[in-house]
Design a protein around this ligand. Structure first.
Ligand code: TXA
Ligand code: MG
Length: 344
């Protein structure tokens, strides 16, 4: 579908502006909004044509379903057929929060939203603006991350403004996102719950809450083009900046001497380093990932976009496992690096 250029309103998080965005959504338009994970690109989850506009605005393949956002746990009943016991436990412990659950869908949700699947992904965000928007819209909101397809997810309003101006009706500027990577996705539609995407609610968090889950083996692997993964989003190239990204993973000293060697092998290129350890490399543009994996999650997407602005041709990313966010960070980082990972 050809995209028509439309006027994009930049809104604040005031009551008045949230109402404006809610009216846009109720009227079949598109409005981007902040959540605690990343910015979402919202439309009424009951409106098939509005959902089609989301795919067009992002350039998203139509076989990649959208997450339906609700304002409260109560509202899940409007979109899901049934809530298994283990899912009810997750709802009670972690919602609102950075987690999405896959449930069997009700007919209220059109096929365009779920890309023809019989399941629906549901999430209740822990962000006041997001929940107020859903309440005021009076409908659940279908929303993927508000980036152009293939680009890093937006964690600041300026990222959305860069990608979506002229393509959507409004953008609510709610500052920086607290978590910085997308929600954990857990599939409850088959016998045993499975983590399809790691995120702000960790495997350890789930285990400690008594929720017994498996981890999908695709999380740290590349998907074979012939396979059909459970989470359609897994098979697409993601988070890719213009630069070639190479992850160097291990303890500080080994990582830094490897990166120094790589920098001298790549003389003449514009080199970026995403650093956890805060080293000082000559001949490279440095951005800080933070010294924990939690901070890394918050900074990663923004840093990938900044390296593009700086014109980096090659980016070396220091990585060392430090806390339970390691899985979520590795998952995004390995994808950004197209699985080019050097273990030292
Ligand atoms: O944190 C988040 O989840 C953000 C914010 C905006 O809420 N949203 C987000 O949406 O990351 P998106 O569209 O970028 O990623 C949704 C992922 C895709 O990989 C998609 O394939 C998967 O969820 N998904 C959606 N519905 C599904 C379903 N019924 N079964 C399996 N996977 C599903
Ligand atoms: Mg996305």
């Amino acid at each position: 579908m050809e995209n028509k250029i439309i006027e994009t309103k930049i809104l604040t998080t005031s009551e008045h502006d949230i109402k404006t965005a809610a009216e846009i959504i109720r009227g079949g338009g598109l409005a981007a909004f902040p959540t605690e994970t990343v910015y979402g690109l919202g439309a009424s989850a009951y409106d098939e044509d509005a959902a089609k506009k989301i795919y067009a605005a992002k350039g998203r393949p139509s076989d990649n379903p959208l997450i339906v956002h609700v304002a409260s746990a109560e509202q899940i009943k409007d979109v899901a057929l049934e809530i298994p016991k283990s899912a009810a436990r997750v709802i009670e412990k972690f919602m609102p929060g950075p987690i999405t659950i896959i449930l069997k869908k009700k007919d209220t949700i059109p096929d365009t939203v779920t890309a023809g699947l019989s399941t629906v992904a549901v999430r209740c965000p822990d962000n006041g603006t997001a929940r107020s928007l859903i309440e005021k819209a009076g409908v659940p909101i279908a929303a993927p991350s508000a980036n152009l397809s293939g680009k890093p997810s937006p964690t600041k309003a300026k990222h959305v403004i860069n990608d979506m101006t002229g393509r959507i009706d409004a953008i609510i500027d709610g500052g920086s996102c607290r978590v910085g990577v997308e929600s954990t996705i857990v599939d409850f539609s088959s016998e045993r719950p499975v983590i399809l995407r790691p995120g702000g609610v960790t495997y350890e968090d789930l285990k400690n809450a008594g929720v017994d889950v498996d981890i999908d083996r695709h999380i740290l692997e590349t998907i074979d083009a012939k396979e059909t993964p459970k989470c359609p989003g897994m098979k697409y190239k993601h988070y890719a900046p213009n630069a070639e990204v190479i992850v160097v993973e291990g303890e500080k000293d080994a990582v830094q001497s490897k990166i120094k060697a790589l920098i001298s092998e790549n003389k003449g290129k514009i080199i970026g380093v995403l650093t956890m350890f805060g080293a000082d490399y000559d001949d490279a543009v440095m951005l800080s990932a933070g010294d924990t994996n939690r901070k890394y999650a918050k900074n990663l997407f923004s840093a990938l976009r900044e390296f593009d602005e700086l014109g980096a041709e090659i980016v070396f990313a220091e990585f060392c496992e430090r806390d339970a966010y390691a899985l979520a960070v590795r998952n995004r980082l390995y994808k950004a690096a197209a699985q080019r990972v050097i273990h030292v």
